[in-house]
Design a protein around this ligand. Structure first.
Ligand SMILES: [Zn+2]
Length: 187
């Protein structure tokens, strides 16, 4: 499978609302997996011209005051101080169009619509992520420790991942909608 085949194949998977680029890549076996930069370019190619999305995962740093001025108060609380939005409060929970969910802090593409499912929890939920976009850490604020995940580009807190999700991964990425920005696909 050459690179062009990968790009087209993954694009078709997104358009059909099924399939995972990373799973397709793993099955080919012979090539090195794409870099985060290549994956970001791939997702950007599927969006409308001019759609704002980060070109790579190179970390960015801003002061707390800069973040506060750039983000809405709720997005600032979630992304920069690991807050949690109220369930059922995000319109992205019911978003069913094809497209990409990017980080509201830095525009790194984090999920595609094909990775989303209705968990019934009131938060946008995904069973996998675009590879290479998250780092995790253990959150011990509740009695039962949880695994929280952060965007690797801006360090923003996105949500918690649980092991009660659907197949094929069995994972549930429970994401704050206010930490995401949805960009519809152009097809
Ligand atoms: Zn980010």
């Amino acid at each position: 499978m050459n690179r062009r085949h990968f790009l087209l194949g993954s694009g078709a998977a997104l358009a059909a609302g099924a399939g995972i680029a990373s799973a397709q890549l793993r099955r080919t076996g012979t090539e090195a997996p794409p870099t985060v930069r290549e994956l970001q370019q791939h997702w950007r190619d599927l969006l409308a011209p001019g759609a704002r999305i980060a070109g790579d995962a190179t970390p960015i740093t801003r002061t707390d005051a800069e973040w506060r001025s750039l983000l809405s108060p709720l997005a600032y609380d979630v992304l920069r101080h690991e807050g949690t939005e109220r369930p059922w409060s995000s319109p992205l929970d019911a978003e069913k169009r094809g497209g990409v969910f990017a980080c509201a802090g830095c525009s790194l593409a984090l999920f595609s619509s094909a990775m989303k499912f209705d968990s019934g929890t009131g938060w946008p939920s995904f069973f996998t992520t675009i590879p290479g976009v998250f780092a995790t850490k253990v959150d011990t604020r509740l009695i039962v420790p949880r695994t929280e995940y952060h965007c690797v580009k801006c360090g923003g807190h996105q949500g918690h991942v649980f092991d009660d999700g659907p197949q094929p991964t069995g994972l549930r990425y429970c994401n704050d909608g206010v930490a995401l920005r949805f960009i519809p696909a152009r097809i």
